[in-house]
Write a new protein. Structure first.
Length: 277
């Protein structure tokens, strides 16, 4: 009787021990999951802040205009994200408050590429940007920003400092870049600051930085701005031509009315879009 009781007691002790170990393992496992989640959240906010600081620090050095970014929300596990409140200022000498204003930009990144030498961006979708095309019929603000980028890339002026944010100096590959639903506000200083609005044609760029080398953020910005300036100029041409029809009445001096003909202004518009700003 006693011998039968002892094995039973031993089995109970073993079962209790195993049950206790299971509880400990379960709690450790749950704690590990919580720590991983906390780490992911911390990295998520760290990267979001790093991207925002990099854009607002490197952007002005590259373009020589103020660059502001409202928010960044990147989901590491899926690689999807949104950027909100991007505002690119105007160069010195231009009166409009900003050159480009974007409410929302959707992005999709290959998460594993964040650990490599080149970040692969599967898509960037810039939705409904508001672009100000300010011109005196000789130069325009977008062309000036593009010129600033060229000057920086060539080593002239202030060279952007190396970012201290991790990953911000990496090369990029952007497979698909779309700007859609945009509006252009045309401002002609020659016509006493008269304005008009036009729709921005959809801009679709593919395979930017394809290949092992990739492209730098400056090179990416240059290619995008070049396409944007070209699209904006095309859309603005008709609006400026319409504004020029009323330019005859901007002067009260009879001698100047004759020289300010629609034909002459139209020729100036043609020269604006033929030459590099």
């Amino acid at each position: 009787m006693t011998r039968a009781v002892k094995p039973a007691c031993q089995r109970i002790k073993v079962c209790g021990l195993l049950a206790g170990m299971k509880k400990i393992i379960f709690r450790l496992f749950m704690a590990l999951i919580v720590l991983v989640l906390l780490a992911v959240i911390a990295v998520h906010f760290f990267l979001d802040g790093a991207i925002k600081r990099a854009v607002e620090t490197i952007g002005p050095d590259l373009t020589k205009v103020q660059v502001k970014l409202g928010s960044v929300n990147l989901l590491l596990l899926s690689g999807s994200g949104k950027i909100g409140g991007l505002v690119i200022g105007n160069p010195e000498g231009y009166k409009s408050p900003s050159a480009i204003s974007v409410g929302t930009v959707s992005i999709a990144i290959q998460p594993t590429s964040l650990l490599g030498d080149k970040i692969i961006v599967e898509s960037i979708n810039v939705q409904a940007p508001e672009v100000t095309f300010e011109t005196d019929l000789r130069h325009n603000n977008l062309g000036k920003i593009l010129s600033n980028l060229d000057e920086t890339a060539a080593g002239g002026g202030k060279t952007p400092a190396q970012s201290k944010e991790p990953g911000m100096s990496k090369k990029l590959e952007v497979d698909d870049f779309v700007i859609s639903g945009g509006k252009i506000r045309v401002v002609v200083s020659t016509f006493a600051g008269k304005t008009a609005t036009a729709s921005l044609p959809e801009i679709h760029l593919k395979d930017l930085g394809k290949g092992p080398e990739g492209i730098t953020p400056a090179e990416l910005a240059r290619q995008v701005l070049q396409a944007l300036e070209k699209g904006a100029a095309k859309a603005a041409e008709g609006a400026i031509a319409d504004l020029s029809k009323g330019a005859l009445y901007l002067s009260n001096e009879p001698g100047k009315v004759a020289t300010n003909s629609v034909d002459k202004v139209t020729r100036g518009i043609g020269d604006l879009f033929k030459k590099k700003p």
